[in-house]
Design a binder for this molecule. Structure first.
Ligand SMILES: [Zn+2]
Ligand SMILES: [Zn+2]
Length: 333
């Protein structure tokens, strides 16, 4: 039998969009309809779009950081200026991330549409919800993910879970954008739950969620994750505008010191539970050292800065060894 694309498109339009007034749709909504009609099968259309969105947003957001790493001018804003990733390191990391996207995410993504539909989420439907509907939903997903991550990430820093799962993500004590998703598959599953479960639960209880809103949320969450691993703190970075935003400054310290700063987007939980004590002490130390060094040569200032960074990293390595030792003990008992 020869596949007839026109007949298939007409059938998909009838099935999905009977009674829809296409003239009232905006440009993006029209493209949305065209995509679902062109693919003809909503499960494949949603799965493919989800996968492409992830790849384009993730790697697209990494590109500026790769360029910035290649330009020495930007070093003055690098949080650990003594550690700039080499192109080889970045390529090795990219290969690993791509491998897990294609072997784990791609086979699982076809479940996304049936799961979303089962929970009552709108997928192929148009028009999209208004900004007034989407904005509070997206904030709620940020809030849920951040708190979930704060708890789950701390669990991943205990003995066996660290040794066998989270250690991989801590390969880079000075992270870079591409390292955001460099993690064990079990970690992707555990921490990815924080990103996906918020919309799923929200949809289950309210029956009022469009997948378009979920895509905006996931795109923003990817931006957050890549930027937090970028290794740069610019004067115009978001945390200088919104003081409760974590940003690279917060998460870079987590990778360097191995402790503190477990949340993703916001600083408040680490602050409330005191899991940012070492970080705050470090910031004060840097500030005091900078004040004391006023007038001394740039070389001298850089040397002192390097000494402080090396001391934090040394303590971090000791803390990591301690966690791994506890995993060994747990096995022996
Ligand atoms: Zn960690
Ligand atoms: Zn990280």
């Amino acid at each position: 039998m020869v596949f007839n694309a026109t007949v298939a498109s007409a059938a998909a339009t009838d099935l999905l969009y009977a009674g829809t007034d296409f003239t009232s749709l905006n440009w993006l909504e029209k493209q949305w309809v065209a995509w679902y009609v062109w693919i003809g099968n909503p499960i494949i259309a949603t799965g493919l779009m989800s996968f492409l969105l992830h790849e384009i947003v993730y790697f697209g957001r990494c590109v500026p950081w790769i360029i910035i790493d290649a330009i020495p001018y930007f070093r003055k804003w690098k949080l650990q200026p003594n550690k700039v990733p080499t192109p080889q390191e970045q390529w090795e990391c990219t290969k690993q991330v791509l491998f897990s996207h294609f072997t784990i995410e791609l086979p699982a993504i076809w479940l996304f549409h049936p799961l979303a539909e089962g929970l009552g989420m709108e997928t192929y439907q148009v028009p999209f919800p208004s900004w007034k509907t989407m904005a509070p939903q997206i904030f709620l997903f940020f809030f849920f993910e951040d708190f979930f991550h704060f708890l789950a990430h701390q669990a991943l820093h205990t003995g066996v879970l660290y040794k066998h799962i989270h250690k991989l993500h801590h390969k880079y004590s000075a992270p870079f954008g591409l390292a955001a998703e460099y993690a064990h598959p079990a970690e992707v599953f555990i921490l990815g739950t924080g990103t996906i479960a918020g919309p799923m639960l929200y949809c289950y209880f309210t029956q009022n969620l469009h997948i378009f809103t979920v895509y905006i949320w996931i795109s923003l969450r990817l931006f957050q994750a890549v930027d937090a691993h970028s290794g740069y703190d610019f004067p115009w970075s978001l945390q200088h505008i919104l003081p409760f935003w974590s940003g690279a400054d917060h998460h870079d310290f987590h990778h360097m010191a191995f402790t503190n700063n477990f949340s993703t987007s916001f600083r408040w939980w680490d602050h409330i539970f005191g899991t940012d004590d070492k970080y705050r002490l470090y910031k004060e130390k840097v500030k005091a050292a900078k004040a004391a060094m006023k007038g001394s040569s740039i070389e001298k200032q850089k040397e002192i800065e390097r000494e402080i960074l090396e001391e934090v990293e040394k303590q971090g390595l000791l803390a990591e060894a301690e966690v791994e030792r506890s995993a060994g003990k747990a096995k022996d008992e």
